[in-house]
Design a binder for this molecule. Structure first.
Ligand code: OKV
Ligand code: MN
Length: 240
């Protein structure tokens, strides 16, 4: 059997081709899998499960149907959809996982995470992250009327876009020591993450052992996934 891992689709109403590509990915690939792991930034933004956006219903219906085919679906939050909650997860028939998780997929032990926590050189982002991951700040935000949340979110996205234009590519990539620390902590040979939008499989030696870091690609003009079978872990791409 096969386990599929995806991230960084950044689904949004303005790019229907990505949604169409995802629906085809479900029909053509995911239905044949035993498990689907979504490692965050599945949606480009998320301001609460009560957002009535038609896109959310389209995606939930497709995932729910997939789960009813017997495919187990798991979700780890990204930096964009970290507010996606239990209510929407239930609508999709998927299980929310903590930000870092060791999985046993097709007999292989793999650490999965979104990847933003590895980008420790971006200190501005890490401070911002700490703030918006604070429980009472999230509760306060979710208590606001949807229209107010929409306005705040729009402003924050515009601000972040101009901030990111000032940052160098190096700052926005993973920190090598953070990667090494994470491997030492979890003791897996493999980790898979997204976030950086630099699809690749990196190998590195730590304390005399070879480790692999699989990075998923964003779904800009093609899809990207890790395909895990009992004897292989490979990065695949497919056109929309
Ligand atoms: C997601 C990012 C916007 C990065 C706001 C508390 C606060 C949650 C929120 C509002 C914004 C998510 C939920 C969005 C990610 C951005 C801009 C930069 C770098 C609060 C809790 F602070 F206002 F109280 N938000 N949205 N960014 O539009 O989806 O990841 S978002
Ligand atoms: Mn991300």
């Amino acid at each position: 059997m096969t386990t599929l891992v995806i991230a960084d689709l950044h689904l949004n109403e303005q790019e229907p081709a990505i949604t169409a590509g995802f629906l085809r990915f479900i029909q053509e690939q995911a239905v044949h899998a035993s498990q689907l792991y979504i490692l965050g930034d599945f949606f480009d933004y998320w301001i609460g499960d009560d957002d009535p956006a038609p896109l959310h219903k389209t995606v939930a219906d497709a995932l729910k149907a997939l789960s009813e085919c017997g495919v187990k679906i798991f979700f780890i939050h990204g930096n964009r959809d970290f507010l996606l909650g239990k209510r929407y997860a239930k609508q999709c028939g998927m299980t929310l996982l903590p930000q870092t998780q060791i999985i046993e997929a097709e007999g292989q032990r793999i650490l999965i995470l979104h990847g933003d926590t590895l980008c420790t050189d971006d200190t501005d982002y890490q401070h911002y992250r700490k703030r918006v991951h604070t429980k009472w700040i999230q509760r306060l935000f979710l208590w606001l009327p949807l229209s107010v949340r929409l306005k705040i979110a729009k402003k924050m996205r515009a601000g972040s876009q101009s901030a990111n234009q000032q940052k160098t590519q190096a700052i926005m990539d993973v920190n090598q020591n953070a990667v090494i620390d994470t491997f030492r902590q979890y003791k897996t040979q493999w980790m898979i993450h997204g976030h950086t939008h630099r699809p690749a499989v990196h190998d590195l030696r730590i304390d005399g052992e070879t480790h692999f870091r699989g990075v998923l690609g964003a779904w800009h003009s093609q899809g990207s996934a890790f395909k895990i079978t009992p004897d292989d872990i490979s990065l695949i791409f497919f056109p929309f």
